[in-house]
Write a protein of this length. Structure first.
Length: 92
């Protein structure tokens, strides 16, 4: 099982790195707040998946609560930005 997971990590890791770089470009260059928030969400969710893969590989249960906490933080970020954009559109 460990060799299959290690092979999977070696195949997927370069793809994750390229996507992180593309998302970082969108974070810093994004023309709107929505583009920036969407890129941050994608980075966060990819980090959560990567943490889950590493938790399986290293047989560490510590990474799972951290991934759950990161997903809750990302959801809260979405809610706060949506509230901000809603108030901005309504003129309050």
């Amino acid at each position: 099982m460990e060799t299959e997971v290690m092979t999977f990590i070696m195949i997927v890791l370069p793809i994750y790195l390229v996507s992180f770089l593309l998302y970082l470009v969108r974070v810093f260059k994004g023309p709107t707040i929505s583009d920036t928030v969407l890129a941050i969400d994608a980075i966060s969710f990819e980090t959560i998946v990567l943490m889950a893969i590493f938790a399986i590989f290293f047989k560490s249960l510590l990474l799972i609560p951290v991934a759950i906490l990161l997903s809750v933080w990302t959801y809260a970020l979405d809610v706060f930005v949506a509230k901000y954009l809603e108030k901005k559109e309504m003129g309050d």
